[in-house]
Design a protein around this ligand. Sequence first.
Ligand SMILES: OC[C@H]1O[C@H](O[C@H]2O[C@H](CO)[C@@H](O)[C@H](O)[C@H]2O)[C@H](O)[C@@H](O)[C@@H]1O
Length: 589
Amino acid sequence: MRIEDYALIGDMHTAALVGRDGSIDWLCLPRFDSAACFAALLDEPRAGRWLLAPADGQARPRRRYRDDTLILETTWDSPGGCVRVLDFMPPRGQAPDVVRIVEGVRGRVELRTELALRFDYGSIVPWTRHDGGRLAAIAGPDSAWLDAPVPLAEENGTTTARFAVSEGDRLPFVLTWHQSWLPRPAKVDPFDALDDTERLWTGWLRACAYQGEYAQAVRRSLLTLKALTYGPTGGVVAAPTTSLPECVGGPRNWDYRYSWLRDAAFTLRALLTSGYDDEATAWRDWLLRAVAGDPADLQIMYTVDGTRRIPEWRADWLRGYEDSRPVRVGNAASDQVQLDVYGEVLDCLYQGRQAGLFHDAAAWDLQRDLLDYLEGHWRDPDHGLWEVRGPPRHFVHSKVLAWVAVDRMIRTVEQQVHTGPTDRWKALREEIHREVCERGYDPERNTFTQFYGSRGLDAALLLIPRLGFLHPSDERVAGTVEAVRQELARDGLVLRHRHDLDNLDELAGGEGTFLACSFWLADALALLGRGDEARELFERLLDLRNDVGLLAEEYDTVLGRQVGNFPQAYSHVAVVNTASALAAVAVRG
Ligand SMILES: OC[C@H]1O[C@H](O[C@H]2O[C@H](CO)[C@@H](O)[C@H](O)[C@H]2O)[C@H](O)[C@@H](O)[C@@H]1O
């Protein structure tokens, strides 16, 4: 199955990927970063999955989400008739549930289901038995309960059934996870759950303030971002998967089921501009809890509940997505120094204030502490926003974001919202600007560079005009945009950087074009007054979305496939932001 053959369902605690073949191949329970009980995505069906599809395997599916929801409808036409399966995760009650409702649309269709629960990332085959009319699968701390409307059989640790549906039939299957030592979970009414799920998503999207062009794409991206938000805390995961490869067959496979300050700040800005103040406030509260304490201990990522320790290890029993090894769990980048996060966080909080939120004094004190720390450390080398696994460098983007951090604090004081030593901060802002323009800019090539003295470029430099570091009319901006296009574009889309220059890291192989960076090129073109080119690129990027509007992190222009973790918040944030930028260009004329 290609990565773009999957669709997402979720309950804002966790999420599952459903393949075009009707197989749920990825699901971590009970939380985004818990162990997977379906890990076929990263191996074979033996690593756990739940198939529910026409038995003949020949029918071709059509898929869509029901209106503005995360209820997936997959419809199969076969010679004998037509059948539809609704897949969704209802709002979390006592326990997580996956509901699959089979609807006979026309004629008579035979279906089969195969449920292979494999706890702990495919490594544990549970003890399965029938208990009170339900199937119970138990191993260690995990139990899963299946309510099925048809007789079930057991074959080598897999629960199977074959059955037929006729027009008008509605057969619901409900899988519920529970901690194994608790009394068995209450049964869920699948049809009430369907109504609740529909109400949840449509109600949420009703508050969307975005009115511009490309509204359908924006709405689907906002829904995806909401689905990547952990409801109880407001933490946002970068993606619900681990180890979908940046290059098929390669080693650049990372675990994204955590909350990066940077990615979450991007997400929150998109939600804020779309009118979602509650989500912004919830994330702000998550942020304050997560970063509380000594600013020197600030991490670049946390778990969705704010836990700091995210040790990285390899699940070597999994063969990896299309043999892309290793499969990593946890993320060693959590220990890296990435100075841009100070700017991301302070800019995000500034945008919140502009929207009339986040005015309390305690949070301002914390921001001043963060800036004090940055004042003493912005000259340090770091690993940069791309989390390069090599020696620290003076990444230009990190320094630009240090400038952003100081700038947003000065603006806040100038707007008389809070107080602070603006004379000192203005001198600091000036000093950072001067150093970046002297050491991070190559006058011969008329471009900013990836790090001081580097030969390579960095697509993140496309953000310079949008961040306000230089005016779009500055010739260094146009020069950098042109250089990025010359050196990093592949078939019109943009790589983050080139691994083959400057020995950035020691990992083998390259990666696909980075979708967020490609959207940033469209943003930069729009700011440079090249609206037609920006629009053309944006529409091309929208065409890369799969049949249900989802984007991974990257796109391999040679294979013509999405690559990297899926769906990726960065990419969906970019859909929202670039649509808004183009709408602004249209308004300005
Ligand atoms: O390319 C190497 C790094 O890739 C991952 O980082 C990327 O994903 C992060 C989450 O979306 C994002 O914040 C970062 O900007 C991206 O470069 C991975 O998490 C790293 O461990 C890895 O070194």
